[in-house]
Design a protein around this ligand. Structure first.
Ligand code: 4AD
Ligand code: MG
Length: 463
């Protein structure tokens, strides 16, 4: 008999019909009347399904009574209306097949509540918990929503390379990719001779697909990347990962205000999409992880974002009551505490800050006429702070070259990027949205390590 996913069985009208499901046991209760209730979950939905196993089954005593939490089983039986509360249907089993037991003395997921921190040490088992099953489904829905949003708007999905020779952010936070043996690497002039390395030059894991996206936007008008990016920044915070996924749209013939419109539309679309597709998962997060989450998502799904300049942001922060850990000064970057203060306290809504000082932003951002600022934008959300970083790009060849030189970047590495400004250059803009932070925000999970299946952070790359 063919197996049906539990999410479909739960809404099925085929009462009295035969049905087969399979999954992992969440609970087993034995009744004095000589039968058992077994709840199984296959991850297709938040809820599992209740199965009544009659004592008459031939393997009831030999096998069913040994089934414990975490065991993998399949059940064939009849779908019946459930007399119990909390479920519409249940299954009366006619056959139970056991695939794998889970020894209760060893299986770690026995206790009802295990801290998220502890669960990170068993990241291979945590998707079987309510919380991480729900995070996985919301993450999946947000990924699908992303593709749908951009595809519906005629954006082309671009695969940017993961190995690269250029530092897209110019921040020097890159992981090196090499096949040279540490300690036995060929030397030239007192340092490692990378001309003998695999690619004949130093290479790294990419920090951003933006420069590739600009190339394709300069031919195909509008593109987006959606892939993993890597940063060797040693920041042990609850919103940083060493490997994280980013969505980077890039649009030709667009300026900063078009860019901000796109970011707003995209973020609102994602909220609307998960509210519609993951109601059970969100209800769980609302009840157990962050009170008020659903209300907040509903509000954000329709609300306008506030747009202010960096200079206005600094003025608002200077008026703030109380102290910040990092002092507020025109010219220094906004810290997480400042970002959160702006969106949570000052404006109480998502905020887009534009026109940052040129010295704290990347070389590719377009210089504003004031000579001091660039056409940058950061989107800030309450709770997580910066979720999006983007800008209008410098499309003027001479200004870009000046900026590369001013920042002390290796000019020769950017020859092809400069070429885009020599041949048919065009105003264009784009941004990067940190997917992990989006999942974090949408689920209410406090730590980004719990918003990705296998977090990579300093001193941690197990699994
Ligand atoms: O602001 P960032 O560094 O911008 C860029 O990389 C641009 N090249 C994007 C573009 O214009 N195409 O990073 C973009 C976003 C941040 O706003 C943040 O949400 C996320 O990526 N991010 C991280 N997320 C998790 N862990 C980290 N270490 C992150 N660093 C950035
Ligand atoms: Mg940024």
């Amino acid at each position: 008999m063919k197996r049906t996913l539990i999410k479909h069985v739960l809404v099925s009208d085929a009462i009295g019909e035969p049905v087969k499901v399979a999954g992992w046991v969440r609970t087993r209760r034995d009744s004095k009347g000589g039968f058992s209730f077994v709840e199984i979950n296959d991850g297709s939905s938040f809820s599992g399904i209740q199965v009544i196993v009659p004592g008459e089954l031939e393997n009831y005593e030999s096998e069913v009574l040994h089934v414990t939490i975490g065991s993998a089983i399949a059940v064939e039986g009849e779908l019946v209306e459930s007399p119990g509360k909390g479920q519409r249907v249940e299954i009366h089993a006619t056959r139970v097949t056991i695939y794998g037991l889970a020894d209760p003395d060893d299986y770690p997921l026995q206790k009802k509540r295990i801290s998220f921190e502890k669960l990170r040490d068993i990241a291979h088992l945590r998707p079987r918990t309510n919380t991480f099953g729900a995070v996985a489904r919301v993450r999946n829905a947000l990924a699908y929503a992303t593709h749908k949003f951009y595809q519906d708007r005629d954006f082309l999905y671009l695969h940017a390379p993961m190995i690269t020779g250029s530092d897209a952010e110019g921040a020097g936070e890159m992981f090196r990719v090499t096949t040279l043996e540490p300690g036995a690497a060929p030397q030239a002039g007192g340092s490692v001779d990378y001309s003998q390395d695999f690619f004949g030059k130093p290479t790294f894991l990419t920090v951003s697909g933006q420069l590739s996206a600009e190339t394709y936007a300069s031919a195909l008008d509008r593109v987006y990347t959606f892939g993993p990016t890597f940063r060797a920044e040693n920041s042990n915070t609850r919103r940083h990962l060493a490997e994280f996924w980013m969505i980077e749209p890039e649009v030709a013939f667009a300026d900063l205000s078009d860019n901000a419109d796109l970011a707003e539309d995209y973020i609102r679309y994602m909220f609307q999409y998960v509210i519609e597709k993951c109601p059970d998962d969100l209800a769980f997060f609302d009840k157990w992880v962050e009170e008020g989450l659903l209300d907040r998502l509903h509000t954000l799904a329709t609300s306008e974002f506030r747009r202010i300049t960096y200079t206005e942001a600094i003025a608002a922060l200077e008026k703030a009551e109380g102290e910040f850990e990092f002092p507020v000064r025109w010219g220094s970057d906004l810290q997480s505490e400042h970002e959160r203060y702006l969106t949570e306290v000052v404006f109480d809504q998502p905020v887009i800050v534009v026109d940052y000082p040129k010295d704290i932003k990347a070389f590719y951002m377009r210089r504003n006429d004031d000579g001091k600022t660039v056409a940058a934008m950061d989107v800030l959300l309450p709770g997580v702070g910066e979720i999006v970083g983007g800008s209008q790009r410098e499309e003027r060849h001479d200004v870009l070259l000046e900026s590369i030189r001013e920042k002390g970047l290796p000019e020769e590495e950017y020859w092809w990027y400069l070429d885009l400004r020599r041949f048919g250059t065009v105003p264009h803009a784009g941004f990067g949205l940190g997917f992990g932070r989006m999942v974090q925000f949408t689920t209410g999970m406090q730590n980004i390590r719990d918003a990705i299946p296998f977090p990579r952070t300093p001193n941690s790359a197990e699994f």
